[in-house]
Design a protein around this ligand. Structure first.
Ligand SMILES: Nc1ncnc2c1ncn2[C@@H]1O[C@H](COP(=O)(O)OP(=O)(O)O)[C@@H](O)[C@H]1O
Ligand SMILES: [Mg+2]
Length: 306
């Protein structure tokens, strides 16, 4: 039985401008023990899908099962198996950190939870903030409490919606260290993130969403193989020749050109030479998940699916 099964999930929001379809028949299964990445640009429908999984929003069509429990028909059973870290920071400002975790334990009917609460505080670097009031905490610290809160009932399935958006490197490392440990212990993890290098490093399988549809679904290693194998990277101040410009990813002075093989790299270099373009810091690197992501998203403009 999959840990999570999304079966043809659709969602239409009613907006002042009329109905808007945020999810279009999304089907995917997440197996027990996976570290699964859900990627996609802003507005792709990631948070909507997670809200439906968490029972915070209702699907317009299809269904979602959590270890076999339907999130609508069997809400309490499904919810108890999930630890959800929401994208938005929401909590009660009147309690301190430890109280917040105790209240959440009570919500799930977990008694005598102090040892696990202490371990959570310790593992997430919150031990010295246990008595601090929620409203006194920095954004990064609040994010840690949200993670602890989601894990207070030791859920078999951990769902994190952009947990590292706008947080510092230290928290990202603390968080990934801890979540990776829980995953090794058998917890299933579903993660959405904007940081593709995080997804590449952590996730064994990845789905990419665009415009509410699944446009790629594969193991991380297969995805990395499907794309361009190499990237020619260089710096220049000049405009690229017309033959290269449409292929290039340009960030300031940095130009990245995808290439299938050594011949294509040679052709790119020849085109630059013929155009008389001065380059610096030329290097060739293997394609990473960001390259794959951009390629999948670009292919989707043309309506094909990877
Ligand atoms: N409550 C809502 N009412 C209307 N439209 C919404 C609502 N929530 C999200 N949307 C729209 O649905 C689309 C998907 O949003 P979301 O699921 O938040 O995407 P993501 O998390 O991938 O950025 C966006 O176009 C967003 O504007
Ligand atoms: Mg979102």
């Amino acid at each position: 039985m999959p840990a999570v099964s999304f079966q043809s999930v659709s969602k239409t929001y009613q907006t002042p401008k009329g109905p808007f379809q945020a999810l279009d028949h999304v089907s995917l299964d997440i197996e027990e023990g996976e570290f699964f990445g859900l990627l996609g640009p802003n507005g792709a429908g990631k948070t909507t899908l997670i809200s439906i999984l968490a029972g915070l929003a209702r699907a317009s069509g299809g269904r979602v099962l959590v270890q076999g429990s339907d999130v609508q028909a069997d809400y309490a059973a499904a919810r108890r198996k999930l630890g959800v870290v929401p994208q938005e920071l929401v909590f009660d400002p009147f309690f301190n950190v430890r109280e917040t975790l105790r209240i959440q334990s009570g919500y799930f009917g977990v008694k005598n939870n102090e040892a696990w609460i202490d371990e959570l505080l310790e593992s997430l670097g919150l031990a010295d903030k246990a008595s601090a009031n929620m409203r006194q905490l920095s954004g990064g610290m609040k994010r840690r409490v949200l993670v602890a809160q989601a894990l207070v009932h030791k859920p078999p399935i951990i769902v994190l919606d952009e947990p590292t958006a706008g947080v510092d490197v230290e928290l990202r490392q603390t968080l990934w260290h801890f979540i990776a440990r829980l995953n090794k212990q058998g917890h299933t993890v579903l993660l959405t993130t904007h940081y593709l290098e995080e997804a590449e490093a952590l996730c064994n399988r990845i789905a990419m969403l665009k415009g509410g549809r699944v446009v790629a679904l594969s193991s991380t290693s297969e995805l990395l193989k499907t794309a361009t194998s190499n990237v020619l990277q260089l710096k220049t101040d000049a405009a690229l020749p017309a033959s290269l410009a449409p292929l290039a990813r340009v960030t300031g002075r940095i130009v990245q050109l995808p290439a299938q093989d050594a011949h294509e790299i040679e052709r790119h270099l020849a085109a630059l030479r013929e155009a008389g373009i001065a380059t610096e810091d030329v290097e060739i690197r293997r394609a990473d998940l960001e390259d794959v992501f951009l390629q999948v998203m670009a292919a989707e403009q043309g309506g094909q699916t990877v």
